[in-house]
Design a protein around this ligand. Structure first.
Ligand SMILES: [Zn+2]
Length: 61
């Protein structure tokens, strides 16, 4: 299964592109499914990308 390759420099540095994850809460629903919540990265709000900022670029000197 092919995945989209994100351009370097646009990937969110906080989550490394893994912006949303399912977190199991324990237990199962009456239908037998795992009870989960979806957590989004706080830095990129679930997009997995961020615009490069000038301050972030100059900080690597
Ligand atoms: Zn992120």
């Amino acid at each position: 299964m092919a995945q989209h390759a994100l351009a370097r420099g646009h990937v969110c540095p906080d989550c490394d592109g893994h912006a949303s994850v399912a977190v199991t809460l324990g237990g199962r629903t009456p239908a037998g499914h795992l009870r989960t919540i979806t957590a989004h990265c706080k830095a990129c709000h679930g997009t997995g990308t961020r615009l490069a900022r000038a301050s972030a670029v100059t900080a690597t000197r």
